[in-house]
Design a protein around this ligand. Structure first.
Ligand SMILES: [Cu+2]
Length: 259
């Protein structure tokens, strides 16, 4: 059995494909594709260190207290009611830990809000129950922007290898290594535009424009889902982003205008 797991482990370490969609029994994060998602994962790992240390310390204290609260274990009980030193320690230590946690947390929060002069602006609009995308930077001779709807592919139409409840008919295509601004809104009710690998979760609110910035580092297919309960088909309005190189992106844009 051990050898079996060892073989799986070795084979896995040779696997250089990325996890950009949910997997069965997955417990960890999907692989990051933006600097923001890398930051989120790093912050999670930093916090996990403090969580482990505090949990172990508190458990040890609880067990020790229960064990010693007994006249057989502890013949002469302590009659201490006040202690300045211990009060200082148990006030300053948690405060210090909170400050240590706050610094990377706030820097990540502000980094998420930063919009670095975007090259492309794309609008993502939530509907009951699909997403539509508008590339307002490019217009045809009638000043109409590129605009298309993105519906989930029903289970019976899926091709071999396609992901159930995650595949769409028209993917949102964007170039890699480019600063992109996403403007998120909704046409009817609340939705939320969320893609785990990109570290984005942006509420889509009717009558309001929310913005998020994107800088995708590698090519790939990124899968996300609506993350604000929006009605019966909430679970059937996935998001698929195809990140490709600049030339492919330009060809795709050009093709949109040929039709
Ligand atoms: Cu929804």
């Amino acid at each position: 059995m051990k050898i079996f797991f060892l073989i799986i482990f070795i084979l896995n370490s040779f696997n250089n494909s990325f996890c950009d969609s949910p997997e069965s029994w997955q417990l960890g994060f999907q692989d990051p594709s933006t600097p923001i998602m890398e930051g989120i994962i790093n912050l999670h790992h930093d916090l996990m260190f403090f969580i482990c240390v505090i949990s172990i310390f508190v458990t040890w204290m609880l067990i020790r207290t229960l064990w010693l609260f007994d006249n057989l274990q502890n013949k002469i009980p302590s009659n201490l009611t006040h202690g300045i030193l211990i009060e200082i320690i148990w006030t300053t230590t948690p405060a210090l830990i909170l400050i240590i946690i706050a610094i990377p947390s706030f820097s990540l929060l502000y980094a998420m809000d930063e919009i670095v002069s975007p090259t492309i602006t794309i609008k993502a609009l939530g509907h009951q129950w699909y997403w539509s995308y508008e590339y307002s930077d490019y217009t045809n001779e009638n000043y109409e922007p590129i605009n298309f709807d993105s519906y989930m592919i029903p289970e019976e139409d899926l091709l071999q290898g396609q992901l159930r409840l995650l595949e769409v008919d028209n993917r949102m295509i964007i170039p890699i290594q480019t600063h992109i601004r996403i403007i998120v809104s909704a046409a009817d009710v609340l939705h939320s535009w969320a893609i785990p690998s990109l570290g984005i979760k942006c509420d889509a609110i009717p009558g309001r424009l929310n913005q998020a910035s994107l800088f995708i580092k590698r090519e790939g297919l990124y899968y996300g889902q609506c993350s604000e309960i929006c009605g019966v088909n909430h679970g059937f309005m996935p998001i698929v982003i195809e990140a490709t190189n600049l030339q492919n992106y330009i060809n795709w844009i050009a093709k949109k205008f040929e039709i």
